[in-house]
Design a protein around this ligand. Structure first.
Ligand SMILES: Nc1ncnc2c1ncn2[C@@H]1O[C@H](COP(=O)(O)OP(=O)(O)OP(=O)(O)O)[C@@H](O)[C@H]1O
Ligand SMILES: [Mg+2]
Length: 349
């Protein structure tokens, strides 16, 4: 049973650089939370503060209710895999893994057994005598993971552990890590800027932007009900269509849809799979720019009359061709005004 509590934590590196800005986050026992955000949004800094490799400027970090805010890494019950993995290349796999246990003066037999068990766990049984520079990138990442796990941390911290690997291997390893994490029921904070990684692995996603958390929710909620335009645009493909609401209707030169909010400018955020194409009316000036057949579905690139480009996902691209005029019918969408969400998800009728 282990929980992590981050309360109002900030990190200021200089007067201009606030890497992490008053972040609060509770991670439940056994939960895997992904920190997702663009480069420089503060993900690594936050993780490093939890691991004790960076000292917070303010705020408090607790593990199982115990304040660890200013404890050095070796006195925290955390295990970390770093963004640029740092295996000791002059040591073999066994010694890389045994290092932490030797420091803790564990008996030889126990060390041997634990190294063997953790190598088995990460799928590297029998690799203990290999030098780490004779391993593939994927194998090295597995050793880095094993080294974080061998001390049986209460909290596992992973900073983009697969960033340097090709996509195929990355997908396989993230499934393996998720399996291991579920089997050990280990509370985990996982940094990534790969949205697929976050959507497929996480119990909860925290979207970070400029050192702040924009939204923390289940992956499906993050995808279907983004609370800010940033989250809407950052996860998956999103169409943004700018228009005006007047008398309960959103109006744009190329489409109009019921929207019960006060009059004023509004931006609709519509997923490609929620943007239907219909027969054009006389005034429709939406033109198909490109049709792409992905086999499982089609993707239609469209140019609106105001220059906006949008995408529509269709079950089959067959009825469509470039140059054709079409009408737009959003099935569901979020509506924003000045970065604020106007209300819940709208389903157009
Ligand atoms: N040791 C440091 N000294 C000064 N500034 C730093 C230091 N470490 C990080 N920063 C700055 O803090 C901000 C957040 O950096 P951080 O490494 O946490 O981002 P990140 O979200 O992990 O990005 P990436 O996805 O590229 O790894 C950046 O502007 C970065 O330049
Ligand atoms: Mg980073």
């Amino acid at each position: 049973m282990s929980t992590l509590s981050i309360q109002g934590v900030s990190k200021r590196f200089s007067s201009e650089t606030i890497a992490v800005d008053r972040v609060s986050l509770d991670v439940a026992d056994g939960e895997l939370v992904c920190l997702l955000g663009p480069s420089g949004s503060g993900k690594s800094t936050l993780l490093r503060m939890v691991g004790g490799f960076e000292d917070p400027t303010s705020g408090r970090i607790a593990i199982d209710g115990q304040d660890v805010t200013h404890l050095p890494p070796e006195r925290r019950p955390t295990g970390m895999v770093f963004q640029s993995h740092a295996l000791w290349s002059h040591m073999n796999v066994f010694n890389n893994l045994a290092f932490g246990l030797k420091l803790r003066r564990r008996p030889k037999v126990e060390i041997r057994d634990r190294v063997e068990a953790v190598l088995d766990l990460v799928g590297l049984k029998g690799y203990d005598r290999r030098m780490t520079n004779q391993l593939s990138g994927g194998q090295q990442q597995r050793v880095a993971l094993a080294r974080a796990l061998i001390l049986e941390p209460k909290i596992l911290l992973l900073d983009e552990p697969f960033a340097s690997l090709d996509q195929h291997l990355r997908e396989r390893l993230r499934e393996e890590v998720r399996d291991i994490q579920l089997r050990l029921k280990i509370t985990t904070l996982f940094v990534t800027h790969g949205q697929d990684e976050a959507l497929s692995m996480a119990d909860r996603i925290v979207v970070m932007h400029d050192g702040r958390t924009e939204q923390a929710d289940r992956p499906d909620v993050i995808y279907r009900d983004p609370q800010t335009p940033f989250v809407a645009g950052f996860i998956g493909t999103m169409n943004f269509i700018k228009g005006h609401v007047e008398n309960g209707r959103f109006r744009h030169a190329d489409l109009s849809v019921a929207l019960a909010v006060s009059d004023g400018p509004v931006t609709l955020a519509v997923r490609p799979e929620a943007l239907d194409l219909v027969a054009p009316d006389d005034r429709s000036r939406v033109v198909i720019h490109r049709v792409t057949d992905f086999g499982t579905h089609g993707l239609i690139d469209l140019h609106l009359s105001d220059g906006t480009r949008v995408k529509s996902m269709v079950p089959s691209p067959e009825p469509f061709q470039a140059g054709q005029a079409v009408g737009l019918a959003p099935r569901s969408f979020a509506a924003f005004r000045n970065d604020a969400k106007l209300s819940g998800i709208h389903h157009a009728r």
